[in-house]
Design a protein around this ligand. Structure first.
Ligand SMILES: NC(=O)c1ccc[n+]([C@@H]2O[C@H](COP(=O)([O-])OP(=O)(O)OC[C@H]3O[C@@H](n4cnc5c(N)ncnc54)[C@H](O)[C@@H]3O)[C@@H](O)[C@H]2O)c1
Ligand SMILES: [Zn+2]
Length: 346
C-alpha cells in the first residue's frame, strides 16, 4: 500500500504496472470530486482510460443490479482481459470493483484507490471483495489481491465528518485488539478526527499493518482473523434492527461497548470507561437508545443462522481480556447478550 498526502498517482501506478487500458469505477459522491484528476494522472502516465463508470453512492450499489450495470458498461467500452480496473471510492466501490475485477473476463487487474477512511484502514486490506444480496450482506464474494493499493490523504479533505468517525471506529477497534504502540497512538484519535494529517497517517499505517498481519496469519478466515469482528456481533444486530439507518461504524462502536460489558462480567477486567472515552474522542456514540433490545437479539439470531448450522442460541463473541489480549469464539448465551444490549440501549 502506498499512502501519502499529494501522491503523484501516475508515478506510483507506473512503478507497479505497465501502462495500458484502464477503466475507473467510482460513485456519485467521489466521482465528481476526484475522478477527473485521477483520469488525467493516468493518461499523463501513458494509460488509455476506456471509461469512467459512476454508480450511485451508497450501500445499494454493492448489489447484483449495480454489478450487472458495471460489467455491461465495461464490455461495451471494449475493456479487454489485460485491462486494469481502478476502484476509486469507499468500501462500497472497493468491494464492488473488486468483485467486478475478480470476475469480468475471468479476472482483470485491480488497483484499489480507497477514498474513505474506512476503506483506507479496513476494507482495502485483506482481499475480501463481494456483493450484498437482498437476503443479506456480503453473501456473494471472493478473495482478490489488488495489484496496488494507493491512498492520497488529500482525498480525505472532502470526506464528511460522520464518515470520518465511521472509519475511526475500526481504528479504535484495531488499536484495542493490538495493544502496544498502536494502542498508544490512539491518543491521536481526536487530532485525526480534526483532520490532522500526521495523526491520520500514523493511525492509517498502524491499522493497515495490524490488519495485514492478522490476515497474513489467517487469510481464509478459519481462525484468528475472527478477532477483527470485535464489536460486530452486536453491531450487526444493531444495524439490522435499525433498518440500516445506523451507520456501520456507529453500530460497531456501540457493539464494542456492549462487548466490554460482557467482558467485565465474565473476565473481571473493567474496560468499559476506556472504550467510552476512546469512542467519544472519535466522535462516536456509546449508546443506541432508540432501538429495541429484542429486535437486536432477533437480528443476531438470523445473522447466526445464516452463517452456521449450529442450532443453539449461543453466540460466539470476541472479548478483550485486556488491551491487546483478545479472545475469540467465546460462547455467550442469549441472556448474557440481552443484559449487554440492555446496557447500551438503556
Ligand atoms: N472488504 C472488506 O474487507 C471490508 C471491510 C470493512 C467494510 N467493508 C465494506 O465497506 C463498505 C463501507 O465502506 P465505506 O464506509 O467507505 O462506505 P461507502 O463506500 O458507501 O462510502 C461512504 C460515503 O462516503 C462517500 N465518500 C467516500 N470517500 C469520499 C471522499 N473522499 N470525499 C467525499 N465523499 C466520500 C461515498 O460517496 C459514500 O457516500 C460496506 O459495504 C462494508 O461491507 C468491506
Ligand atoms: Zn466493520
Amino acid at each position: 500500500m502506498v499512502i501519502g498526502a499529494g501522491l503523484d498517482l501516475g508515478a506510483v501506478v507506473s512503478g507497479e504496472l505497465e501502462g495500458g487500458l484502464a477503466a475507473i469505477l467510482t460513485d456519485s459522491g467521489v466521482g465528481p470530486l476526484h475522478a477527473p484528476r485521477v483520469a488525467a494522472a493516468l493518461e499523463d502516465a501513458g494509460w488509455r482510460v476506456a471509461d469512467v463508470v459512476e454508480v450511485p453512492a451508497g450501500e445499494r450499489s454493492k448489489g447484483l443490479a449495480a454489478y450487472a450495470e458495471v460489467v455491461g458498461r465495461l464490455a461495451r467500452a471494449g475493456v479487454t482481459r489485460d485491462a486494469t480496473l481502478f476502484a476509486l471510492g469507499g468500501g462500497v466501490v472497493g468491494d464492488l470493483g473488486g468483485f467486478v475485477a475478480a470476475t469480468f473476463m475471468r479476472g482483470i487487474n485491480l488497483v484499489a484507490l480507497p477514498t474513505s477512511l474506512l476503506a483506507m484502514v479496513d476494507s482495502s486490506v485483506g482481499g475480501k471483495v463481494g456483493l450484498n444480496l437482498p437476503e443479506g450482506k456480503n453473501l456473494v464474494g471472493n478473495f482478490l489481491r489488488p495489484r496496488l493499493v494507493a491512498a492520497d490523504l488529500d482525498w480525505l479533505e472532502t470526506l464528511p465528518e460522520r464518515e470520518r468517525s465511521n472509519g475511526l471506529a475500526e481504528v479504535v477497534k484495531m488499536g484495542l485488539l493490538s495493544g502496544g504502540p498502536y494502542f498508544e497512538d490512539l491518543e491521536k484519535i481526536e487530532a485525526a478526527r480534526d483532520r490532522d494529517t500526521e495523526a491520520l497517517l500514523t493511525l492509517i499505517l498502524d491499522s493497515v499493518r495490524f490488519k495485514a498481519r492478522v490476515v497474513a496469519e489467517d487469510e481464509l478466515e478459519r481462525g484468528c482473523r475472527a478477532i477483527l469482528n470485535y464489536g460486530h456481533t452486536i453491531g450487526h444486530g444493531l444495524e439490522a434492527a435499525a433498518g440500516y439507518a445506523l451507520p456501520h461504524g456507529e453500530a460497531v462502536a456501540v457493539g464494542m461497548v456492549a462487548a466490554s460489558h460482557i467482558a467485565r462480567e465474565r473476565l473481571g477486567e473493567d474496560l468499559v470507561a476506556l472504550h467510552e472515552d476512546l469512542l467519544f474522542s472519535a466522535g462516536l456514540p456509546t449508546k443506541a437508545p432508540a432501538i429495541e433490545p429484542e429486535k437486536v437479539l432477533a437480528a443476531m439470531a438470523r445473522d447466526k443462522k445464516r452463517r452456521t448450522a449450529d442450532g443453539s442460541n449461543e453466540h460466539r463473541f470476541v472479548l478483550l481480556e485486556d488491551v491487546g489480549e483478545p479472545v475469540w469464539g467465546v460462547p455467550v448465551g442469549e441472556e448474557e447478550a440481552r443484559r449487554a444490549i440492555g446496557a447500551i440501549v438503556g
